[in-house]
Design a protein around this ligand. Structure first.
Ligand SMILES: [Zn+2]
Length: 300
């Protein structure tokens, strides 16, 4: 098996798929993780980690580097080596804008209001010269997916309410469609959910209990697949989660709510058009006017 896990921020891959990655490695398969952003646009996180009230662009860049180090450590705890990790360096809290207002190659590049960057750091550009534009995100993903040639791809589910997450799904779909048009065999795709209302902070969210699908989740959005984890996989996942120290400081209870006895994925094409809202009120997934949809609050 060749498993490719695509993660919007450092931590999502562990929250959603640590056990699966551990299992594939243990059985001799190949695992690769791609991070869309390095989580460098999180003011509350920077303020908590560094004790500063008005972070400057360099503080945000340093915070992104810290989160990359944590991601490497967490991946190492699961058994991945450093060659199996790719950071694309796109803007945290900016992917949704790239999927809408900054989509075209003709447009100017988006500037991160946190790091002041217009492009991924040079060391993280898979294709030299990419900038913060939607077309470049898709080209980078195409290159990475084609290069690794996964048999199984772990994508974010489009019902995920975080704008960086649902727009990651949009970009992955576009990249997969472009590759299919070139005659490449599509991988089996599993989708994980991280942000959905108050899930998974349910009253029975004790460690070791079963993770269940969120109550009221639309039945048409795919078939739930539960992967029961072994004690070794549960242990490795807990260790990896704790290595995200900067995130445990701010969203520790939420992170721990994923330390369960199983992991959940959705398989099969979602029936409804995904909802993916940016701050400016555009559904990037459908380009349908916002009044047609219930608008959802932004949340992390
Ligand atoms: Zn995330």
């Amino acid at each position: 098996m060749r498993l490719l896990v695509i993660s919007p921020h450092p931590d999502d891959e562990t929250l959603g798929a640590a056990g699966l990655m551990r299992r594939v490695i243990a059985r001799g398969g190949q695992v690769h993780v791609v991070w869309m952003t390095s989580g460098d646009g999180f003011p509350e996180g920077v303020e908590t980690a560094d004790g500063i009230t008005h972070p400057r662009p360099q503080d945000y860049r340093d915070y992104g580097k810290l989160r990359e180090r944590e991601a490497r450590a967490a991946a190492g705890a699961l058994g991945l080596d450093s060659r199996s990790l790719t950071f694309l360096g796109f803007p945290d809290e900016g992917l949704c804008e790239l999927a809408s207002a900054y989509l075209s190659a003709k447009t100017r590049a988006f500037e991160s209001p946190y790091t002041d960057r217009f492009s991924p750091p040079l060391t993280e550009q898979v294709i030299r010269g990419v900038r913060y534009r939607g077309v470049d995100v898709r080209r980078e993903l195409e290159r990475v997916i084609a290069g690794f040639a996964p048999t199984v791809l772990v994508d974010v589910h489009p019902e995920d309410e975080h704008p960086d997450h649902c727009s990651t799904h949009v970009f992955i779909q576009e990249a997969l469609q472009a590759l299919a048009a070139q005659g490449r065999t599509p991988p089996r795709t599993l989708r994980y959910l991280i942000h959905y209302e108050r899930w998974p902070l349910t009253p029975d969210a004790g460690q070791g209990s079963d993770l269940r699908p969120p109550a009221g989740f639309p039945a048409s959005e795919g078939r739930w697949v539960s992967l029961a984890l072994t004690p070794d996989e549960i242990g490795a996942k807990k260790v990896a989660l704790l290595l995200y120290r900067s995130q445990m400081l701010v969203i520790g209870r939420f992170m721990q709510a994923f330390a369960r006895s199983n992991e959940l994925y959705l398989e099969g094409e979602p029936a409804s058009p995904p909802e993916c809202w940016c701050q400016n009120g555009v559904n990037v997934a459908t380009e349908v006017p916002p009044e047609k949809y219930r608008r959802r609050p932004r949340k992390r």
